[in-house]
Write a protein that binds this ligand. Sequence first.
Ligand code: PRX
Length: 645
Amino acid sequence: MSSVAPFKPAANFAKKAHINTQAEYQKLYESSINEPENFWAEMAEELHWFKKWDKVVEYDFRKGEIKWFIGGKLNVSYNCLDRHVLAGNGNKTALLWEGNDPAESKSYSYSELLSEVQKCANVLKSNGIKKGDRVCIYMQMIPELAIAMLACTRIGAVHSIVFGAFSSDSLRDRINDSACKMLITQDSGVRGVKQDIPMKVNADTAAAECPSIEKILTVRRTGLEVNMKSGRDIYWHEEMDAADAECPVEEMDAEDPLYILYTSGSTGKPKGVLHTTGGYLVYTSLTHKYVFDYHEGDIYWCTADIGWVTGHSYIVYGPLANRAITMMYEGVPNYPDYGRFWKIVEKHKVNILYTAPTAIRALMKEGTSWPEKYDLSSLQLLGTVGEPIKEADWTWYNEVIGKKRCPIVDTWWQTETGGILITPLPGVTATKPGSATIPFFGVLPVILDEQGNELEGAAQGYLAIKAAWPSLMRTVYGDHDRFIQTYFARFPGYYFTGDGARRDEDGYYWITGRVDDVLNISGHRIGTAEVEGAIGRTDGVAEAAVVGFPHDIKGQGIYAFVTMMTGVDADDTTITAIENTVRKLIGPHAKPDKIQFTPALPKTRSGKIMRRILRKIAEGNVDQLGDISTLADPGVVTNLVDQRQ
Ligand code: PRX
């Protein structure tokens, strides 16, 4: 726990904040919990509805049934674009785009974005996409990505975005899981020093094994010559040039699917998290407004990739629904040098910066001289997401970047939750470094013990949520039973987050990390089972067990214990082979940081791998192995400890 006194919001900041007294927060929070129907009906009025809902909410966690704004009709693209243009704000800036190359940037007004989105929606339609069809988007951070998403929502198609670093195998599995009809990609991508990420090549490789794909729509980003298969492949610029500039919106039911986003769980196959339309947009826009204290004209920059949920909710949907100026960056924090983030802040006069602790750590390690070169005086608010932030990193962010003027919102949430659940409100909440602090409106967190009893007051245990909020996922695509088993079975009547947490005497929440076999590598969620499965497919490998260990920059690193088949010796080429298999089957971000070969893994007599022991060895806590008497062969441990990497 932090030893420092809580940080109160600076008076200047609090003065202009949407919510700036504890009494106001308390009143709204209590009404959101005690009268959720009234509270959420009032909040939902902020959006445009073609038809109002008949009932605000109905849910049953035991059956995994969750419905919000039942009977309501709306359209996401209408709310994010048309509504603002019709209100006379068409020439206000919607999207700012900063290229990987510092000389490249672009901006789109709301009218311009609307016009691109309408054209793109017509391109989708003329290529056979209808309401309910799934469209896979596999791109880098270019404006066409946001345009494609909004175009899907305009006609009621369901997008499934696959992060641009995933391999063609991962892309293939995700396309097949939801039977996408179209794949949208780009010729190749630029990101940091990488100038030719083979997006279309990967798309082609994947599509060769995806029977549902009828069309591949390719944006020309780099001009790289790519293979265009006749009858299947079409170029974005050619189609857009020919497309009609007007496309009416589809009136969607509040519970119609909006998108699928795959995320890793504790078992092998990634889950297709399904979000729906009304509740998701109400919740992401409301959180964006209050958590980032967004005011008209503020330049807001979330550095996430749209391939992850943070980009969906807080680069595209939440901000655009609020008519914000939202920025999208194609590159990485250290390209062309470690000053890039700060150069962007200065260039675009960024007011609100939302990033991940892993980026903060990577930049902090390069010293203060980089941020000192740039004018950061435009910054008013800082945010973090994705993993717990350590006190030293929080302090650097606060002092060197925020100059002690900017509140820091440490936001806890998940792909499944759709939006931020635990967070400070920047004009009110006194922050404690490392704590995500208090629940947002409508969120009822509880700490449970092993038996599922709710713990009162200061306590530590499993973090669960007791009531539904509007942006909670609705199902695992194509596998509702898995949805129930994963989130509602362990503690009946609650949504179980998979995280552990502690609540302190002030009611603040401190996330202690995952309690399942999910790793958090540089803020990317990776299941140990997925990595084990990939390593196991390397020639000569008999078995693998993967655990996390503390890593200075990534937060957690991947430590793999590998057993070779009898008679096969491991050497440096085996390591390269394992790395290549992981890269091919998952992507470069899942490559193990350490590989230890071992003649055997520690197993119980019933054959279960004792990960607890492996975790301790990987962490270097070899004196805390605990009871090893239940192992089939306790001798295995001595060897594991001796050979530790
Ligand atoms: O363990 C928690 C961690 O990230 C997990 C969710 O990962 P993902 O679905 O990829 O979404 C990341 C971005 C929303 C959580 O179960 N996590 C996320 N935010 C925080 C966090 N851990 C501590 N503090 C946070 N602020």
